[in-house]
Design a protein around this ligand. Structure first.
Ligand code: GLV
Ligand code: MN
Ligand code: MN
Length: 425
């Protein structure tokens, strides 16, 4: 096929959307609150396993050579004209948050698959080999650490440490990988691609509000997660005078308010974000003072220095609150990634591809964590963002992308993969 003909290649949008629908039906649940169907495929759960098996089967049907590594990352290789060259890799994740939508992660995996299916349809063999993949537990909701599989693959998190992580029921990553049949034989750390590109929904409002077709992702902000165990004393809500209390619920509430003050104050930059997403009081009764609260803190900041200052300030505030309220606070860091800057040349390749498709684009920093940020440690990397409806909402069943939005992203991915696969050295 001539270079010109390759430039005209287009994915099959109906097929892509049909695959997104089919994967979206795995772990689908009806969310009463918003009256839409969402997705629940917690990492290494039976639903995740079904999703994985479905996609792995599609990889095999596309004629790819599939291997699973020791942390359950699943790679599908397509031969190139020059087999000794490092491959171009693309992929994302099939796990979801417990109240997720159909596109977060799935678009990147099934989009990469659609690229391969399109190349197969047209009998195109790329110069470099291609690898498409899905990575284990990107979300981090079950075992507490996000981007787990890709972080292990690139050597940031040791395999044994990842294996020993447990969920709330005490089940370990290693045990669950084994039980769903995804504890693979390939050693981790074996893959160094030529380049990595991931397409993902933006998960925010910028592109849709600015009516821009695509985001060219410049990097990812830093993430700091901690899990707090606040221990006070449970006692009768009516009979215990206020001055006698050691109220773990009050401590959690005060820390949560502090987080919001820290963001509003501007001391840590205008982009600082903070969330207490888990607040579990025990025993959790209307008339019992909470004796214990399990809470989580999620901090995001594109400025590493500001992030460190925010963490130090929060440590000091936790100590202060413990003393003032007579509680103890155990604080465990469960995830920590620095801000990541993506490769300029891959960003330019994405821009050129978007221009070739006649699509408008802008550069944008990722608010969420992504597998691509881990791969950027070992090869040149960037991401394509697609806009979403409903203000780009994500981690919510109302997450929604149109066929055109998905196709724009994946046609651009196809074009970028073709250009990267032609590169020398
Ligand atoms: C992953 O989706 C994260 O940013 O938490
Ligand atoms: Mn994601
Ligand atoms: Mn997500």
């Amino acid at each position: 096929m001539t270079t010109d003909a390759r430039a005209q290649l287009k994915i099959n949008t109906d097929r892509l959307m049909a695959s997104l629908d089919e994967l979206g039906a795995v772990g689908a649940y009806h969310d009463e609150e918003v009256s839409v169907t969402g997705v629940r495929r917690l990492a290494l759960s039976p639903e995740d396993a079904r999703g994985r098996r479905l996609v792995k089967g599609w990889f095999e049907e596309a004629g790819l050579t599939v291997s699973v590594d020791a942390i359950g990352n699943t790679y599908a290789d397509r031969a190139g004209l020059e087999p000794a060259q490092a491959p171009v890799m693309s992929g994302s994740h099939v796990d979801s948050v417990p109240t997720g939508g159909r596109f977060d992660g799935a678009l990147g995996v099934l989009g990469a698959l659609e690229v391969v299916r399109t190349l197969n349809d047209h009998g195109v063999t790329t110069r470099r080999p291609l690898t498409i993949a899905f990575f284990t537990d990107e979300e981090g909701c079950r075992f507490g650490t996000d981007m787990l599989g890709s972080a292990v693959a690139v050597g940031r998190i040791p395999l044994e440490q990842a294996y020993s992580l447990t969920d709330d029921d005490g089940k370990s990553v290693q045990q669950e990988l084994k039980s769903i049949g995804f504890l693979g034989a390939e050693a981790v750390g074996m893959r160094t691609p030529h380049a990595f590109v991931e397409c993902h929904v933006e998960q925010g409002p910028t592109l849709i509000h600015e009516e821009i077709d695509l985001g060219v992702v410049t990097g990812v902000q830093g993430i700091s997660w901690r899990r707090l165990t606040i221990t006070g004393a449970s006692a009768h809500a009516g009979a215990t005078p206020m001055s006698f209390r050691k109220d773990a619920g009050l401590a959690a509430a005060r820390i949560n308010c502090r987080l919001h003050e820290m963001c509003a104050g501007g001391e840590y930059g205008a982009e600082m974000r903070a969330t207490m997403g888990v607040i579990h009081p025990e025993p959790g009764m209307i008339n019992v003072i909470p004796g214990r609260v399990i809470a989580t803190v999620d901090l995001r900041n594109p400025d590493d220095d500001a992030m460190r200052r925010a963490e130090t300030n929060l440590d000091a505030y936790q100590q202060h609150i413990a003393q003032e309220l007579g509680v103890t606070i155990e604080s465990v860091q469960t995830a920590r990634t620095p801000a990541v800057v993506f490769d300029e040349s891959v960003q330019r390749a994405i821009e050129a591809a978007a221009d070739g498709q006649g699509l408008s684009h802008r550069r944008i920093l990722a608010g969420a964590g992504h597998d691509a940020q881990e791969w950027s440690a070992v090869c040149k990397t960037a991401m394509i963002f697609t806009p979403g409806l409903n203000d780009g909402i994500s981690h919510n069943p109302r997450e929604l992308s149109t066929p055109k939005q998905c196709a724009d992203g994946i046609n651009t991915l196809l074009s970028v993969i073709l250009s990267l696969s032609d590169e020398d050295g």
